[in-house]
Write a protein that binds this ligand. Structure first.
Ligand code: NAX
Length: 327
């Protein structure tokens, strides 16, 4: 039998946490033969709710679940973890300035970076979900210098999956027949969902859709604004789709992407595609042996270039704001 993998979920008493922990305990993230021990962290005001989630995990009698740590102590939460999914953060409340939200999150991600650096298992893989996801991941990287930068990523897989879903709906094909969309840049409304290299049933999506106006217009804005549309409909933000995207992200990272398929991940830029080095930016990647590699050599047209640069500019600005919040 395999040794259990320890998976940390921060913000585990929240909405995404509630959708995510049962998926992990059922083997959706790491496979149906991989036992797991869940580490759940939240803050003291949510301690009782967190304990309720632990009770439900026990009641669900998941065969793969070999233990549950539910705590408000960041050191206890981070100790020995192999995978860390960072969902906890400070949400923007009405009337709050961007700088105030950034200050709160910079301080959370700075201290959780140190705890992970000191107490996580060697080679721990980190996925940041909490917004601003790319910049929180960058702060985590800066304050955990002994964790290899390749191990620190942020979630844009939900956006990627949303793009696949929109194409499948438009073409009336199965979503599993659509692949190789790309989300470039920030997990925000400046992200660029790019279908120039995407295929459906093996054929180029542009040739099948035969409607460049839709692909360059409504398709892009629908994917960019999908989070807001879910809030409007549900009165709550995306949770099950975010949790599912987080499982897809870690599963493909650990177990590999299928031959001929790439996915989108927010990763530390090395300057590929002339994206400034030193940002956490979403790129197309393939994964093998537990490591991601940016897909190289895709031709980029002028329309794409402008959109890729605009989202990079926003990330540079967020990075500057985050640094100005460090005290
Ligand atoms: P909730 O407010 O339901 O849950 C957040 C939880 O984090 C709460 O239980 C809170 O007590 C906890 N928390 C706050 N500070 C903490 C800290 N310092 N340590 C540990 N836990 C802490 O939000 P939810 O809807 O679950 O969303 C969580 C985050 O995901 C938000 O930042 C949200 O903006 C972000 N999202 C990111 C997405 C992505 O694709 N990257 C999509 C979905 C989501 O909007």
């Amino acid at each position: 039998a395999k040794e259990p993998v320890r998976v940390l979920v921060t913000g585990a008493a929240g909405q995404i946490g509630y959708a995510l922990v049962p998926m992990i305990a059922r083997g959706v993230m790491l496979g149906p033969d991989q036992p797991v021990i869940l580490h759940m962290l939240d803050i003291p005001p949510a301690a009782e709710a967190l304990n309720g989630v632990k009770m439900e995990l026990i009641d669900a009698a998941f065969p793969l679940l070999k233990g549950v740590v539910a705590t408000t102590d960041v050191v206890e939460a981070c100790t020995g973890v192999n995978i860390a999914v960072m969902v906890g953060g400070f949400p923007r409340k009405e009337g709050m300035e961007r700088k105030d939200v950034m200050t709160k999150n910079v301080s959370i991600y700075k201290s959780q970076a140190s705890a992970l650096e000191k107490h996580a298992a060697a080679n721990c893989k980190v996925l940041v979900v909490a917004n601003p996801a790319n910049t929180n991941a960058l702060i985590l990287k800066e304050f955990a210098p002994s964790i290899p930068e390749k191990n620190i990523t942020c979630l844009t897989r939900l956006d990627h999956n949303r793009a696949l879903g929109q194409i499948a709906e438009k073409l009336k094909v199965q979503v599993s027949d659509v692949k190789n969309a790309i989300i470039w840049g920030n997990h925000s409304s400046t992200q660029y969902p790019d279908v120039n290299h995407a295929t459906a049933c093996g054929k180029p999506v542009r040739e099948l859709v035969k409607n460049d106006a839709w692909l360059n217009g409504e398709f892009i804005t629908t994917v960019q604004q999908r989070g807001a549309a879910i809030i409007k409909a549900r009165k709550l933000s995306s949770a099950l789709s975010a949790a599912s995207g987080a499982c897809d992200h870690i599963r493909d990272w650990v177990l590999g992407t299928p031959e001929g398929t790439w996915v989108s991940m927010g990763v530390y830029s090395d300057g590929s595609y002339n994206v400034p080095a030193g940002l956490i930016y979403s790129f197309p990647v393939t994964c093998r042996n537990g490591e991601w590699t940016i897909v190289q050599g895709l031709p980029i047209d002028e329309f794409s270039r402008k959109k890729m640069d605009a989202t990079a500019d926003e990330l540079s600005e967020e990075k500057a704001l985050a640094y100005s919040c460090l005290s």
